[in-house]
Design a protein around this ligand. Sequence first.
Ligand SMILES: Nc1ncnc2c1ncn2[C@@H]1O[C@H](COP(=O)(O)OP(=O)(O)OP(=O)(O)O)[C@@H](O)[C@H]1O
Length: 266
Amino acid sequence: MTPHATNATSAAAVELRAVTKSFGRTEIIRGVSLAVKAGERVAIIGPNGAGKSTLFNLISGRFGPTSGDILLHGRPIGGLKPYEINRAGLSRSFQVSNLFGRLSVFENIRCALLWAMGHRYEFWKFLSNLRDVNDRTEQVLEQIHLHRKRDHLAMNLTYAEQRALEVGITIAGGSSVILLDEPTAGMSKSETSRFVQLIREVTEGKTLLTVEHDMGVVFGLADRIAVLVYGELLAFDTPEAVRANPRVQEAYLGSVLADAQAAEAH
Ligand SMILES: Nc1ncnc2c1ncn2[C@@H]1O[C@H](COP(=O)(O)OP(=O)(O)OP(=O)(O)O)[C@@H](O)[C@H]1O
């Protein structure tokens, strides 16, 4: 039995224990503890500058924590490099600008797969697995509904298709924990609702963490919502409980929902 197996939260896919992060003298993340269960969809919300991206950067290894522990399936990952965390089973979406614009849709997914698989195979074994890679690439293209555009250059896709390709690249390697950073940013309402459905499908059975500003997406997608305010976790609960939480209403959600309702009314 591993030391973590005795811990009550050992089943967590991602766990933060009293994590802090300071830039210079400023503490941006201030003692965040939370455990995301395997298979759960969690949205991180909060006002601008609350530390949501910083938290994502800590979990995906772009930054190391100043103190505290970060665990992936019970294994400490705080301070590991992003590619090491990726190989431990966590994949984070990259921005559209990180797509290979002059490669086809097919090649973009295939590159992501080759990279993800490269470490597991000797080169000679790896060559004999190219057929598997192509098959898996086709499978991912079907999942993100871009199989009909497989030969198009990534740069010629619509914005929403580029974001779908980015999601395909993120899930291609088969990571069990997926981090999506503002997946629907910049999309129209109809594109957003189709995209939420796509996210649902491709993350089925996986653990999803997302930073999202669109409350429609958050409340429609998340099993639990983490509310971050000034670097502290104000709440981590079901959408219903978060919506009803007076502290969350006061600190954040009241104004956001009022803005959303005002926008709807126009
Ligand atoms: N590398 C860095 N060096 C110094 N300060 C940073 C760094 N990264 C983030 N910060 C600061 O940390 C605070 C939190 O930023 P962060 O981007 O994590 O917030 P956020 O909740 O994602 O905001 P937004 O919703 O606007 O994207 C901000 O005050 C920001 O200026």
